[in-house]
Design a protein around this ligand. Structure first.
Ligand SMILES: [Zn+2]
Length: 495
C-alpha cells in the first residue's frame, strides 16, 4: 500500500511538471479571440496576408526579394510588468534576449551547426535585426525598457490587460514605430503570444512570460524554454509566420511556406534523428525550425522561404517601422494641417498647422509660410491666414542642439477665390470659370437664348477654360452643376 502510494506520488511528481513544460504558444488562441472581439480584424488580417503574397509574386522570386533589400533594423521596447521582484527581471537578462533575437534572425546562433546537413541549404540569414529604442514616443531619451509594478500576479491573453496602463498593464508605444514586447507572468501555462500583421495597432506586439527571457547566466529559471527562443518564435508570428505544421493535425493544412516540409503536427521536447510524417521523406519534419514546438535547445533555423515571407510582411503591413527613428538619435521634420483637407482653402481662411516631427524632441521650430500671415513662426503648431488666391510652399526647420532637419512641402497650400468667378465677360475667345475650395464643379453647359446647348464641358480642374471662338456672338447662359447645386451665369460673346 505504502509502495503503491509512493509510486503514485512519484508518477505525479514527474508527470505534472513535464506536461506543463510542453511548449505552449498562445498565438493561435489569441487570433481566435481577436476574431471574436474585433469586427474588423479578420479582414485586416487577410489583407495583410494577401499583401505579402502580392509582394512575393511581384518580385516573382522570393529569393530575389530577400537578397535585393538591405538589412532591416526593428526598434524594440521591452515593457516589464512585475508583481514581485522575481518578475522584475534584470536589464542584463533583457539585453541577453535582444542578442539572441539578433543571433537567431541573422543565423549567427552558435547552435546553427546543429542544423542537419540536409537542412543547411534551406537555412536563412533573414537580414532582420533588432535594436533597443533610444528615443521614446515623446522624443526623449530612453533605455528602451519600461518597468511598471502591477497588482496583477499574472495576465491573460484573452483580456489583454497587460497592454493597458489603466488595467494594471502598460500602454503600447506607437506600434508603427516600435516592436512592443511585454514581459510578465502569463496565465494558463502559455509562454508567449504575438499579434499577427493586420492586428489592432493599440495592442500590437509580443507578450512573453518573464521566465523565457534571455539565456543563462542572466536567465536563472530552469525550464526547457530558458534560452530566449520563445521571443524568436513569437517575433516570427509577429512577422506573419505560422506554426510549421500549419496548426491542424492533418497533412492537408500548411504553414504556407514552400521550403518547410509538410508536417502533420507539432514536435515537442528534443527529438533526434528523422521524424517522418506526411510523406516528407527523405529528411522528415524540420523540427529544428523556430516555428515548431521543440525545446529552446533543439531549434536553430528559419528557412529562406520564412525569411522572404517576414521581409515581405515588413515591406507591406509593417512598412512604417522602416522609417522609425527610435534607435537613431536623430530627428526628422514633418508637418500637416490640423484639419484634414485644410491644404485647399478659400482666401481669408486661417489654416492650423501641426508639427509631426519624429525622433529626438525638437527644442526650436522655424516655420516659413509663403503667401501667409504671419510669414514666419517659431511656434510648434501655428495658425496662418491666407488672403490671396495662389499655391504656396510651407517650410519647417526643427532643431535640438546640433541636430537640425528641414522639410519643405512645395505647392502645399492651395488658396482659392471666395466665390465662383466667371471672366472675362463679355468674351471673344475663352471664358474662364474658377471655383472656390469646397465646391466641386462637375459639368458646365453653355446654352443659347432658345435653350439649345452649344457647349458641354466635363470639369476636371479647379480652373476651367471654355473655348468660345466658334460660338456666334450673342447672349448665353452657363449652367454650372456643382456639389452645391446648379448655378446659372449670364455671359455674352462678342466678335
Ligand atoms: Zn507559436
Amino acid at each position: 500500500m505504502r509502495i503503491l502510494l509512493l509510486a503514485a506520488l512519484f508518477a505525479l511528481y514527474f508527470t505534472l511538471p513535464a506536461a506543463a513544460q510542453q511548449r505552449n504558444c498562445g498565438t493561435e488562441a489569441y487570433i481566435q479571440t481577436l476574431k471574436q472581439s474585433d469586427a474588423g480584424f479578420e479582414q485586416m488580417h487577410e489583407q495583410a496576408r494577401q499583401a505579402v503574397q502580392q509582394a512575393l509574386k511581384q518580385q516573382n522570386n522570393a529569393q530575389y526579394l530577400r537578397q535585393a533589400a538591405s538589412t532591416i533594423t526593428i526598434p524594440v521596447v521591452f515593457h516589464v510588468l512585475y508583481y514581485n521582484s522575481t518578475q522584475n527581471i534584470s536589464d542584463e537578462q533583457l539585453l541577453s534576449q535582444l542578442s539572441i533575437l539578433n543571433a537567431d534572425f541573422r543565423r549567427k546562433n552558435a547552435d546553427a551547426v546543429n542544423t542537419p546537413s540536409y537542412f543547411q541549404p534551406f537555412a536563412a540569414d533573414t537580414e532582420i535585426e533588432f535594436c533597443l529604442a533610444t528615443i521614446d514616443p515623446n522624443g526623449d531619451p530612453t533605455t528602451g525598457i519600461t518597468r511598471t509594478p502591477t497588482t496583477r500576479s499574472s495576465f491573460s491573453y484573452s483580456t489583454e490587460n497587460v497592454k493597458y496602463t489603466n488595467r494594471g498593464g502598460k500602454d503600447a508605444w506607437n506600434s508603427s514605430q516600435y516592436l512592443n514586447i511585454w514581459v510578465c507572468r502569463i496565465d494558463d501555462n502559455i509562454i508567449g503570444y504575438a499579434t499577427p500583421p493586420g492586428g489592432p495597432p493599440a495592442t500590437d506586439g509580443v507578450v512573453l512570460d518573464y521566465t523565457t527571457i534571455g539565456a543563462p547566466p542572466f536567465n536563472r529559471f530552469s525550464t526547457n524554454y530558458n534560452l530566449g527562443r520563445t521571443a524568436t518564435h513569437e517575433v516570427g508570428h509577429w512577422l506573419g509566420l505560422n506554426h510549421i505544421w500549419g496548426n491542424g493535425s492533418t497533412c492537408n493544412d500548411s504553414d504556407g511556406i514552400a521550403d518547410t516540409p509538410n508536417q502533420r503536427e507539432e514536435n515537442v521536447g528534443c527529438p533526434s534523428g528523422m521524424s517522418l510524417s506526411c510523406n516528407d521523406s527523405p529528411y522528415g519534419d524540420m523540427y529544428q525550425n523556430f516555428m515548431d514546438y521543440t525545446d529552446d535547445a533543439c531549434m536553430n533555423l528559419f528557412t529562406q522561404g520564412q525569411a522572404a515571407y517576414m521581409r515581405a510582411a515588413i515591406s507591406t503591413s509593417r512598412a512604417t517601422i522602416l522609417n522609425s527613428l527610435a534607435c537613431s538619435g536623430t530627428l526628422r521634420s514633418d508637418f500637416s494641417t490640423t484639419v484634414a483637407g485644410d491644404t485647399l482653402v478659400v482666401a481669408g481662411y486661417a489654416v492650423k498647422f501641426s508639427d509631426a516631427s519624429a525622433g529626438v524632441r525638437p527644442t526650436s521650430y522655424r516655420w516659413e509660410f509663403e503667401g501667409g500671415n504671419p510669414a514666419t513662426s517659431t511656434e510648434k503648431n501655428p495658425t496662418v491666414t491666407y488672403t490671396r488666391p495662389g499655391i504656396y510652399d510651407v517650410k519647417l526647420t526643427i532643431s535640438n542642439g546640433s541636430l537640425t532637419s528641414t522639410e519643405v512641402k512645395t505647392d502645399y497650400v492651395h488658396v482659392t477665390v471666395n466665390d465662383l468667378v466667371v471672366y472675362p465677360n463679355p468674351s471673344s475667345d475663352f471664358i474662364t470659370i474658377e471655383q472656390p475650395a469646397r465646391i466641386l464643379v462637375r459639368q458646365v453647359e453653355m446654352v443659347n437664348h432658345i435653350g439649345q446647348t452649344v457647349i458641354t464641358a466635363e470639369v476636371r480642374d479647379r480652373v476651367l477654360r471654355v473655348d468660345v471662338r466658334d460660338v456666334p456672338a450673342g447672349i448665353y447662359f452657363l449652367r454650372i452643376t456643382s456639389t452645391n447645386g446648379t448655378i446659372i451665369k449670364k455671359v455674352s460673346v462678342v466678335r
